[in-house]
Design a protein around this ligand. Structure first.
Ligand SMILES: Nc1ncnc2c1ncn2[C@@H]1O[C@H](COP(=O)(O)OP(=O)(O)OP(=O)(O)O)[C@@H](O)[C@H]1O
Ligand SMILES: [Mg+2]
Length: 266
């Protein structure tokens, strides 16, 4: 028999590349059971798409990954979310530390009412960086990383509100990169954008996955198919199916996945 795999090598690589390991996660808003027994593994340097009809728990799930959901006073959870092998629900887990590792981009671009420069320098300044030269470097690197440097380099002192929606969204992505995160969560980041800006952000996501792990909620099936490596289909708070994006969109195992992606409901 021919031995095709080097012993252990593949397995070791697999386990070290898991960023988030969600185990038996349940979440309630008061009495409303919004997430039910979620088990999902998110891998490094991949784009994971979360799809599913409105109200199925997509935003709740990604807001649980950075514990933002805890801002809702009625929220209760059970189960575990291991981030880099540590349970984020542990009593001694510092939520601030988690948020420096996990950046988030929202549906509606939400720059601060400040200059482009100050938007990007905001996070690093909070972390105590005051040196102008270092801040200049971070601002340029982050704006380049978000593919918007050339468009704004000559007007860094103008208010970010003066930019177009698509540009504002890339400013928000740059703001997120400035804190040097490990993971980027995106909740329908292109749903407020025109097709050209959408394409730019999609291209950007493809670039960013070389350095970051990205989890993106989208209602756009073509987008999920174009840009993601893995896709999770959520329905009524459950993960119906989670697999390689190619499999989900060509030969889904569950009839409900097939019905959803072919537009029969949702
Ligand atoms: N702050 C909250 N308090 C109480 N219930 C909430 C809260 N936020 C969300 N829910 C409920 O939890 C369920 C999941 O909501 P969630 O926002 O995660 O859905 P979603 O899949 O992101 O939907 P959409 O595609 O419309 O954005 C819904 O039934 C919603 O009404
Ligand atoms: Mg949502």
């Amino acid at each position: 028999m021919v031995q095709t795999l080097e012993k252990g090598s593949v397995l070791n690589k697999e386990s070290s590349s898991i960023v988030y390991d969600t185990q038996q996660l349940n979440l309630w808003y008061g009495t409303h059971h919004a997430l039910k027994n979620i088990n999902l593994q998110i891998k490094e340097n991949e784009v994971t798409a979360i799809i599913g009809p409105s109200g199925c728990g997509k935003s709740t799930y990604i807001k649980t990954l950075n514990r933002m959901v805890e801002l809702v006073p009625t929220v209760k959870t059970s189960g575990k979310i291991l981030y880099r092998e540590r349970n984020i629900f542990d009593a001694d887990y510092g939520v601030e530390e988690l948020r420096t590792k996990v950046g988030m981009v929202f549906q509606k671009p939400n720059p601060f009412p400040k200059s482009i420069y100050d938007n990007i320098a905001y996070g690093p300044r909070i972390h105590g960086i005051k040196n102008k030269k270092i801040l200049d470097e971070i601002v340029e690197k982050s704006l380049r990383g978000a593919a918007i440097w050339d468009e704004v380099k000559d007007r860094l002192t103008t208010n970010a509100y003066s930019l177009s929606g698509g540009q504002q969204q890339r400013i928000c992505i740059a703001r997120c990169l400035a804190i040097e995160p490990d993971v980027i969560l995106m909740d329908e980041p292109t749903s407020a954008l025109d097709p050209i800006s959408t394409l730019k952000v999609e291209e950007l996501i493809q670039e960013l996955k070389k350095e970051y792990s990205i989890i993106i909620v989208t209602h756009n099936m073509q987008q999920a198919a174009r840009i993601s490596d893995k896709t999770a289909f959520f329905l009524n708070g459950e993960v119906v199916e989670f697999d390689d994006t190619d499999v989900i969109f060509s030969t889904p195992a569950d009839k409900r996945t097939e019905d959803y992606i072919s537009g029969r409901f949702g």
